[in-house]
Every structure is written in C-alpha cells, then in structure tokens.
Design a protein around this ligand. Structure first.
Ligand SMILES: [Zn+2]
Ligand SMILES: [Zn+2]
Length: 186
C-alpha cells in the first residue's frame, strides 16, 4: 500500500509549485481493537514546492472515517483534519526513525517518494481519545446492554450515586451502633 509522489529532479524547477490530489491509500489503523473504516473516496491534497536542497511538502484534507461510539457502540462518522508539512531531501539517507520521531520522507532512486506511512501517522495523531456519537449520548445500560438512546429498559434504577455509597454505609453503621450498643445504659 502506498501513496507515491513523483518528485524527480526535472519535474520541478527551483521555486515551482504543483498541487496534487491523491487518493488515500494506507495500512489499516486499529482503534480499540476495531479497524478504522475509511470512506472509499478519501483523498488528500498535496502542495509540492521545489526548494534549494529538495522539496517542501504540505499535505491537507479532511478524511471521513467510521468508528464505533465509545459509549453506545453505534457506528459514528468522524472527519479527521489532516494538515502537515514535511521536507523531502534530495540526498536523504534512509535511517530508521528514533522512537517518537516521525517517519522521514526519502526519495527512491527513481525519484519517487512514498508518503503513506507519514499520512497514517498523522491520522493516528489527530484521532481524539474519546469519540462519541453525540454529546448527549446516553450509552448502554450497564445491566442489560440496552442502547439507552433508542429506549429505556426494565432494569431497576438505582438512584444512589455509587461514589456516595461508602458514606451511606458508614452512616448506617453509626445508626446501628447508637441503637444497639450493649455497653450503653445498663
Ligand atoms: Zn453513542
Ligand atoms: Zn437495562
């Protein structure tokens, strides 16, 4: 899988600029154990400028993906905003990137550069940690799994805030002690 740009030396003269729209072709991205579904006609736009010692690249676009809502698991669309710059050096040496470093863009012998790995990295960077179908999504019932956006279920509604229950227990114990303390009275 690749997204190859032809940047052979005669292709551009110093100061020249071209714009190319490229279909998005990348290795699959896994999100929380589910593959990210990318819309079929996804593409990005690439601006390529000839500079002194190589090429300067600016890639941008909105990539529509389908994920599962983190609360209710319903399929949800999300547009990943892509916008990044990179430099392609003519004499770039292909080193393995250090951990945390971005994949370098390097030129093949035939004057092509493959930007698919870089585009994939940018997409992962721009994916929010939490993706929900709607701010008001009510999620699933913790007991029966009913999607509460579609309707309520017959599970008992427990009004007690679980964060308060240790306090409630303590209160009960104190009341018990007050009424049943054998050391009291006589
Ligand atoms: Zn949802
Ligand atoms: Zn339920």
């Amino acid at each position: 899988m690749n997204m190859e740009l032809k940047v052979r030396r005669p292709f551009l003269n110093l100061g020249d600029h071209i714009q190319i729209k490229m279909p998005l072709v990348i290795e699959p991205i896994d999100r929380l154990g589910t593959p990210l579904v990318i819309e079929d006609d996804a593409s990005i736009t690439v601006d390529l400028y000839r500079i002194d010692d190589g090429w300067s690249l600016h890639a941008f676009g909105l990539v529509m993906v389908e994920v599962l809502c983190d609360r209710c698991l319903a399929p949800t669309k999300y547009a990943i905003p892509l916008d990044f710059h990179a430099e392609i050096l003519e004499d770039a040496v292909m080193d393995d990137p250090e951990p945390g470093e971005q994949t370098p863009l390097w030129l093949s012998k035939k004057g092509w550069v493959d930007i698919s790995a870089r585009v994939r990295e940018e997409m992962i960077l721009k994916l929010p940690l939490k993706l929900i179908c709607d701010e008001a999504c009510r999620g699933l019932c913790a007991k029966c799994g009913q999607n509460l956006n579609e309707g309520s279920c017959d599970c008992e509604i427990d009004d007690t805030d679980p964060r308060l229950s240790p306090l409630a227990e303590l209160k009960e114990k104190m009341l018990d002690t007050e009424t049943e303390d054998p050391n009291r009275g006589g």
